[in-house]
Design a protein around this ligand. Sequence first.
Ligand SMILES: NC(=O)c1ccc[n+]([C@@H]2O[C@H](COP(=O)([O-])OP(=O)(O)OC[C@H]3O[C@@H](n4cnc5c(N)ncnc54)[C@H](OP(=O)(O)O)[C@@H]3O)[C@@H](O)[C@H]2O)c1
Length: 410
Amino acid sequence: MATESFGIGFVSCGFITRELHVPSVEYLPDVHVAGIQNRTRDTAADLATECREAGLGDPTVYGEGEVAALAADPDVDGLWVTSPNFTRVDVVDGAIDAIDDGASLRGIAMEKPVARNLREAAHVIDRIEEAGLSHAYLENWPHEPDIRKMRELLWERGRPAGRPYLARSQAEHGGPHSAWFWDGELQGGGALTDMLCHALAGNHVLLSDPERPDGDLEAVAVSADTETLKWSRKRYAQQLREEHGVDYESDPTDDYARATVRYEDENGEPVISEASGSWCYVGAGVRRTIELLGPEYSGQVVADEESSSVFFSDSAGNGEGWAEKQTATSGRMPIDAASAVTGGFVAENRDAVDAFRDGENGMLDLEDGRRILRLCMAAYRAAETGQEVDLRTVDLSTYTPPPARGRQRV
Ligand SMILES: NC(=O)c1ccc[n+]([C@@H]2O[C@H](COP(=O)([O-])OP(=O)(O)OC[C@H]3O[C@@H](n4cnc5c(N)ncnc54)[C@H](OP(=O)(O)O)[C@@H]3O)[C@@H](O)[C@H]2O)c1
């Protein structure tokens, strides 16, 4: 029997689970970590011990191939799918097969991106919907307190002057921490799917009228560019070969991407979303700038590396970092102590749990995830063909981005 407290079952426990989702549970009333499933069982067991020590629950540990057992665990009320992009179809099949066999869940929440392409997205969404489960898309940007507040202020006070017409978001860091992100087939793309996925979702929400949850914007066209700026260079390709076993001289993915999405509002007026991102930034962790502009107003959220920071001299440093994507241990580094809160993970998880308790979908659901993935696919297609993609007519349902085509690459 599920207790009053909502039990989360995590599917895999890599960086995002360990560093952000599990710490967020401390801030969630009547929520506990009920189960952790992971390919390497020992890693799940270690995290389960940390959960117990921190008073976040007494999770049962599941190993490779045990997603169905996690879903069938009576203490698990919702699955948080935080496994790599290429596992999404198998994970959802495992969970829904368990439901078909009598397991009961209140909902499934999935990390960004929903899947690697629209074929996979259709499969997972169809199965979850057919099982009658609530769902949520775990995209933290729109839940970030500063971004949320900026949207609220500008829409509320700027409305008499007119709706916002331009959102600009940029997100970059020095490159992912795990090998699978660098492999185009496993990840589904490169920096575009990994970074622009956030920026396009953030822009979409900022530009959408908060009083019109059904949506007041239609995405009509996408133009985009992708490049490999850094990681196919001999020296860096060698580094990737040694660290991650991928070959960026023969099989690069994009490490830079930019996309412009043209929307139309209800009156046919243009509204623009500009997104750019890269894995080429060398600096103190992740850099982001998010802006929203309208006829008599503007707002911005900038990742601030300076306000709370620490510095260690060379003689004190031991060569290890602590912040996301830290690429140096000398220089000033952000402390970033409350990133589960400031990064929007507490709010997104609270939103999903509350929705699942009420039998509803999250503020962002898997259809929103599919919409963002479609923009990513359109951006790859635009970059590939060098032509703007007309979203009203294009069929991207079977499209695979060039970096994800593997050896059949054309
Ligand atoms: N919202 C955000 O800001 C944000 C940030 C980072 C990531 N994410 C998303 O979260 C997801 C996970 O990213 P991450 O950074 O946590 O990844 P990660 O640190 O690389 O962790 C990967 C996890 O997946 C497991 N795994 C690896 N290969 C597997 C396989 N073949 N089959 C089953 N499990 C496998 C690993 O298990 P082992 O312990 O056995 O190696 C590990 O637990 C991604 O979809 C990513 O896009 C979101």
